[in-house]
Design a binder for this molecule. Structure first.
Ligand code: DOR
Ligand code: ZN
Length: 360
């Protein structure tokens, strides 16, 4: 069984800065990616649009140049969102749009995930004109949808979690206040979020990662498979099933965004860095999650290759790749100085069911 698709878009991935950049970009090339949305939670973060970098912040302009110099110029499209902070102003949004460099902004819940300490509570941008300016100028809002500052049962409990609360309380209010604001709900993990996106207007869409389609919290806990530790956490099977239903529905609001995040050190002194690395292997994992076959290949193509670029206003790729139902192996990514372990290497079933071939 073999299927050919247009090259796909990863509309949520992390590439970091520095010497490893070319390796991470190459991993995305290896998996037939036509375009990327490169997240701004770098160190320092990307909190300005134009000009040179400082010790406190980098700019979209300079990060784009670095990505391109490291090989990303081969992609058809690259978006670097602006990291929203309390210093972001409506004027920055308007000028950024005029420069042609600003296409989207990323909301990070303060202290909610890797390098998110520069984020301000979401109400800030509802009140200070930033979301209004984004809505007026057509700048897309990428949301990390978790309520910040929660702990214990409220963070992850039997009757709800930080994402549930955020999609029940926060995002509906933003959508109601700014119905024309385009919102990409990033890496959704719950039935609550999938239901919200389904019933919202067509300005609202969502990315779904391979790990949230394939695994649940039980897979993380049994054997403490820390390579599956990412944020938002993998949830319960009811949630996973709801995500899968949304992904296979053919609804154009749902598309691929891997949240692939290379961590050179997953283990921290007393915990674990959040992020799964799925460079090289994401389409194979999505194919496994979909149980790709003759009957669903069209909806798979929409999810992986068409819906995302359509939401961002890109053409579909005119190059192609194929996926063949044949086992393949994943191996650690070695850079000059580091080894990055891809998600499946640490899991019970490391062998991939699918093999990817570039067609050019
Ligand atoms: O698991 C995650 N890793 N979630 C995020 O939101 C950030 C990402 C990272 O940058 O490592
Ligand atoms: Zn991310």
């Amino acid at each position: 069984m073999k299927f050919t698709f247009p090259k796909w878009y990863d509309l949520h991935a992390h590439f970091r800065q520095g010497d490893n950049l070319p390796y991470y970009i190459q991993s995305h090339m290896n998996m037939a990616c036509a375009g990327i949305l490169a997240m701004p939670n770098t160190k320092p973060p990307i909190t300005r649009v134009m000009g040179s970098n400082t010790d406190q912040y980098w700019t979209i302009e300079s990060y784009l140049n670095d990505l391109k110099a490291a090989g990303a110029d081969a992609f058809d499209q690259i978006i670097v969102p602006l990291y929203l902070t309390k210093e972001t102003t409506p004027e920055m949004i308007i000028e950024g749009t005029q420069s042609g460099l600003l296409k989207s902004c990323k909301y990070y819940p303060p202290h909610g995930t890797t390098n998110s300490e520069f984020g301000a509570p979401i109400q800030t941008y509802m009140d200070n004109g930033v979301f209004a300016a984004m809505s007026d100028t057509g700048v897309i809002l990428n949301i990390h949808g978790e309520e910040h500052g929660l702990s214990g049962e409220a963070y992850f409990g039997k009757n709800g979690n930080a994402e549930d609360l955020f999609y029940k309380e926060r995002v509906p209010k933003i959508h109601e206040m700014f119905p024309n604001l385009k919102i990409a709900c990033e890496h959704i993990t719950t039935k609550t979020a999938a239901d919200f996106v389904t019933q919202a207007n067509n300005n609202v869409a969502a990315t779904i990662t391979p790990q949230h389609l394939l695994y649940t919290v039980a897979d993380l806990l049994q054997g403490l498979k820390y390579h599956l530790y990412c944020l938002p956490l993998v949830k319960f099977d009811e949630d996973r099933q709801a995500l899968l239903k949304a992904a296979v529905s053919g609804n154009k609001k749902f598309f691929a965004g891997t949240d692939s995040a290379p961590h050179t050190h997953k283990q921290t002194p007393c915990g674990c860095a959040a992020g799964c690395f799925t460079g090289d292997i994401a389409p194979q994992l999505y194919a496994e999650a979909f149980d790709l076959n003759e009957m669903n290949k069209d909806v798979f193509e929409k999810f992986l290759c068409l819906n995302g670029p359509e939401f961002y206003g890109f053409e579909k790729s005119n190059q192609s790749f194929s996926l063949e139902k044949m086992p393949s192996q994943t191996s650690p990514l070695k850079t000059k100085t580091d080894t990055i372990i891809p998600l499946t290497v640490g899991m019970e079933r490391p062998t991939l069911q699918w093999t990817l071939n570039q067609n050019d």
